[in-house]
Design a protein around this ligand. Sequence first.
Ligand code: NAP
Ligand code: MG
Length: 501
Amino acid sequence: MTKTQKDDRAAWAARAEALRPQGQALIGGRFVEAASGRSFAALSPIDGRVLTQVAAGDAEDADRAVKSARAAFESGVWAKRPPRARKRTLIRFAELIRAHREELALLETLDMGKPIAMSLAVDVRAAADAIQWSAEAIDKLYDEIAPTEPNVLALIRREPLGVVAAVTPWNFPMIMAAWKIGPALALGNSVILKPAEQSSLTAIRLGGLALEAGIPEGVFNVLPGFGHEAGKALGLHMDVDGAFFTGSTEVGRMFARYSADSNLKKIGLELGGKSPFVVLASSRHLDAAAQSVVDGIFFNQGEMCTASSRLIAEDSIREELMEKVLEKARAYKPGDPLDPETNLGTLVDAAHTRRVLDYIASGEAEGARLALGGGRPAGLSGECYVEPTIFDQARPEMKIAREEIFGPVLTVLAAKDPEEALRLANDSSYGLGAAVWSDDLTTAHRFAAGLRAGVVSVNAYDEDDMTTPFGGYKQSGWGRDKSLHAFEKYAELKTIWMRLR
Ligand code: NAP
Ligand code: MG
């Protein structure tokens, strides 16, 4: 796709018309239909249009993909290449993603409704950066020699797992995939990516770009299909060495069962969250805190595992903070995702939209005060828009304070002092993100240490790059994506103990 002069809505709409998305599976280096011949429609939540038919992979296709991945792995065509050669190929892959940024951004926006400006600035960029970062790391990772007695040479070697499945969600389809396929491929594994049914198109396109970059046939496969068919078949497959999942806690539990019920494959789980954002009276930055919590809950329509969905404010500053939060929230306006000015797009589909609206109804029924939004915005056609919504004066036992809504809905709780704020913050079955705002160094440190979450921000929220690990405590999951720690998931450690005789 060529760059047009004017990046306005009409130009994006025209590109959308001209787009012919591919819907086949990529197995063994070839784009193929499902063995059953079945397919499903990729629907755009923007206007309900059918973008293309997507192959509905099932157990038979999963088995074909695993066989091709295994054959590629055993052949050594990728796994036994020198790390710096894999690095070069993966950097080419990252560069091809950047070269196709407009096409990929458009596919993402059409398929799951996020604003085009975000798809370009966040999703494409971060996906390419994640793959490049993993590629650049791979020829700098050394194995170890153990401190043994002199007549022993004990090597501790990192080896690829073998055949790796990555099962991913629809909220950041390319980024969630890149966080897994980057380190997995860099280490020499063969990978099968199963994207969410609502967002298969960029995954399939990534498959084509990987081939073009020179990743050998069978090393990177893309298996679209339904979770209970394609995803389950990969989870239960006896010849998959590791299954790495990002998605809901409910399906995460299934992966733990799949592993137990099959070959005890390694699993990784990046699951849901109900992240607390705590503002203490010792913060002098209420304006910045208000902006940060609003961005944390309304960015990506609130469809974020780390959404700052519970604002916990200390009583003495709560009113002042809420005024600022409401003022800043008004800057988020649902609009056509193809308009480059839009900052809040559609939710992913009609079923999810109904689920979010049901949560809003439950907040009202349980007696929280609706301070903003609360329904579908007026003046927009399409079923999948929801207003930015804020519930004030909620209580910790309410559903809207406990369950992950995964939409643009903020729940505000009050705390009488920092101790109560910490107790409320940790009163969750999840432990993914968390934030504390305070200008008292001691309080901020103690609070950060006391928060039971994998990613804690102080006077910030959800800022990240590839250098730090990402993942959850408690029912937010097992294992970490990003950073050098992510490589641990896709590798086995082998001890080679040699006696020097
Ligand atoms: P989901 O419903 O759990 O689906 C995630 C993936 O699992 C999809 O590819 C889905 O396929 C597949 N799947 C569904 N049922 C399955 C089954 N029975 N067996 C095997 N696979 C199955 O999650 P989602 O709705 O796409 O995404 C939202 C969730 O992801 C939220 O809970 C969010 O917090 C979480 N998330 C977590 C992180 C993190 O890093 N911690 C990041 C992003 C999102 P189908 O779509 O085809 O059903
Ligand atoms: Mg879709």
